[in-house]
Every structure is written in structure tokens, then in C-alpha cells.
Design a binder for this molecule. Structure first.
Ligand code: CP
Ligand code: NVA
Length: 329
């Protein structure tokens, strides 16, 4: 992360493995501290504005509660209130909000909008999901994998489905943290080549193996983590029927789980469409980690906010090992 981008969190393309590891370490530490009853108001007096152009449950509530638990305050702005790019340009919204608040989360359609906000804001801007990436989700995902598997380096992940925002951030984080990943998508629905190229370059440094396939069984073979996401993302509702047919062979079902490692965990960022991208028996089954994953959105937001604001509190408890090297306490 260069200084120009250091205080924003828009994408995992310009973040390195050590920085992701540090956000994960802080997330794990703050989770352990909260569980132990510590209530340090690390963000006392800080305010977070959240701009939503799309619906949200997890992102909205977890950032709101994270700010509250850290002693700060969050305010959510619904699409009709801001009308980003319609009532007012991202540049003006960024400059005005920077005069009121200490950080901005934005969930947008076009990734360019969150970039535009960051370019004009004088406070940190966090991507709360764009058409290109969902970096906050990836932090919670790897916190969950770390907790379930005790390590990230060498973990094998199989992603089955659309090469979308969630897949992009998962792929980038995996490549930078030394986890291996195979993505199975139908032809025409793969991850964007620029994102794959960035991940491959990172993988050369970390030893992560990256594979792309159209065969969901190849992605599931022997993996420690099986991951899927919706077939039609927000904004693609008009493609839903076509996608239902194209993606039908890509359902994360019991047959795929049977190909994976016996202790595989099943992940989904939620919301899920049972009977489409994931079978009900799988999301409700013994391998499912989806609600631990959803909970970790809260702890990951705290870790990210603490990282961006440069606050850490007193001596930590807990900690975690990233890539085989212990960086926690
Ligand atoms: N996973 C996730 O981002 O959920 P929301 O869309 O509910 O925020
Ligand atoms: N890919 C999904 C993720 C939702 C959290 C979407 O963009 O709608």
C-alpha cells in the first residue's frame, strides 16, 4: 500500500500480505478482548458515515455495531438520501462528508465511484462492496479460515460459481496470504483477467497455487474450504433466469462436499439462495461455517477500523498465526 492509498481500503490489489495479516491480527485480538470483557473505547469521538447504493444486512450492521463497541458512532445513509452521482457527484459528497466524519464506507455499483470518493475525501474511504471487489468480506473470510484451520499458508480453497466481486477479493487475499485456490466458473463468467494476473504475481512470492477451471469437481477435490456466492449479484437481477440455467451445474451440493477433505468447511458470504448456488442440506449441514463467517464480519470491521485509524489499545490477548509465522501475542 503506498501512502496515497494507505488510508483507504478500496481493493486488495494494492494491499500486501503483511498488511492483510496485520488487519487479521488486530481483528482476532479485538475479538478475543471483547469476549474477555475488555471494552476499550479505541474510537471514542470518531464518526463513520456509511453510503449504501444497494441493500445490506451484514455490512451495515457490523460496521454500525463495530463503531458502537469501539466507542464511536456510525450513521447509515440510504440510497434515496444521498443519490450518489445523481443528486450530487461522488467528489462533492466526499468533500462534504470529510468535513463532518472521520471515515466513509461506501457500497456502490461502479467501482469507479468508490475510487472517485477516495480521490476527493480527506478521510479514509472503505469499499463496502462494489461491482469489482468486496475486500471487507475477504478479511472476515480469512479470519474464519484461520480460526477453523489454525493457519492460512498452504490451505486449499475451492470456489465454485460466479467470478464476481467476492471471488475477486477471495482470490487476491488467498494469493497474498499463501493459500491455494481453484476457481470453477462457467465459460464467460470467470474472474477478470487483470485480477487473476495480480493474484498470479502475488502467488509467485507466497507459493500460493492458483487454478481456473470450468469443472466444479476439480475445484472441490481435496480442498479444506469450499466457497460459493450467488449466481446473480445485486444489479444483475435482470440476468437471473439466464444465470440460473448457466450455473445449474455449479451448485455447491453434497456431491461436491464429498469430494473435499473430510473436515472441509463450507463458506458463503450471504445472503444465500438455497436450492440455487448452495443446497439447503449443505448450508445447514455439519461442514457449514457461514454463521461464524457472518459473525466475523463484526470482528473484521473492528480490526480494519483500528488499522485504518492507527489505534491498537493496550496489551492484547489472543492473537493468531499468519502464514505459519506467529505475529499475534
Ligand atoms: N456479505 C455481505 O456483504 O452481506 P450484506 O450484503 O448483507 O452486507
Ligand atoms: N456478489 C454478491 C455479494 C453480496 C454480499 C453481490 O454483489 O450481490
Amino acid at each position: 500500500m503506498t501512502r496515497a492509498t494507505a488510508h483507504h481500503f478500496l481493493s486488495l490489489t494494492n494491499v500486501n500480505g503483511a498488511e492483510i495479516g496485520e488487519i487479521l491480527r488486530r481483528s482476532a485480538q479485538l475479538k478475543a478482548e471483547w469476549a474477555a470483557g475488555r471494552r476499550d473505547p479505541l474510537l471514542a469521538g470518531k464518526t463513520l458515515a456509511m453510503i449504501f447504493q444497494k441493500p445490506s444486512l451484514r455490512t451495515r450492521v457490523s460496521f454500525d455495531v463495530a463503531m458502537l463497541q469501539l466507542g464511536g458512532h456510525a450513521l447509515a445513509l440510504a440510497p434515496a438520501e444521498v443519490q450518489l452521482g445523481e443528486r450530487e457527484s461522488p467528489a462533492d459528497v466526499a468533500r462534504v462528508l470529510s468535513r463532518y466524519v472521520d471515515a466513509i464506507v461506501a457500497r456502490v455499483y461502479a467501482h469507479a465511484d468508490v475510487v472517485d470518493l477516495a480521490r476527493h475525501a480527506t478521510v479514509p474511504v472503505i469499499n463496502g462492496l462494489s461491482d469489482l471487489e468486496h475486500p471487507c468480506q475477504a478479511i472476515a473470510d480469512f479470519l474464519t479460515i484461520q480460526e477453523a484451520k489454525g493457519r492460512l499458508r498452504g490451505i486449499r480453497i475451492g470456489y465454485v460459481g460466479d467470478g464476481n466481486n467476492v471471488a475477486h477479493s477471495l482470490l487476491l487475499a488467498a494469493s497474498k496470504l499463501g493459500s491455494s485456490i481453484t476457481l470453477a466458473s462457467p465459460p464467460g463468467y470467470e474472474c477478470q483477467p487483470a485480477v487473476v494476473a495480480e493474484a498470479r504475481a502475488a502467488a509467485e512470492q507466497t507459493g500460493s497455487q492458483i487454478a481456473l477451471t470450468t469443472d466444479p469437481r476439480l475445484a472441490a477435490q481435496g480442498v479444506d474450504v469450499l466457497y460459493t456466492d450467488v449466481w446473480a449479484s445485486m444489479g444483475q437481477e435482470h440476468e437471473r433466469e439466464v444465470r440460473r440455467q448457466v450455473f445449474a451445474p455449479y451448485q455447491l451440493n453434497a456431491e461436491l462436499v464429498a469430494l473435499a477433505a473430510p473436515d472441509v468447511i463450507v463458506m458463503h458470504c450471504l445472503p444465500a439462495h438455497r436450492g440455487e448456488e448452495i443446497a439447503d442440506s449443505v448450508i445447514e449441514g455439519p461442514h457449514s461455517a457461514v454463521f461464524d463467517q457472518a459473525e466475523n464480519r463484526l470482528h473484521a470491521q473492528k480490526g480494519l477500523l483500528a488499522y485504518l485509524f492507527g489505534v491498537s489499545g493496550g496489551p492484547g490477548i489472543g492473537g493468531m498465526s499468519i502464514g505459519g509465522m506467529s505475529i499475534g501475542r
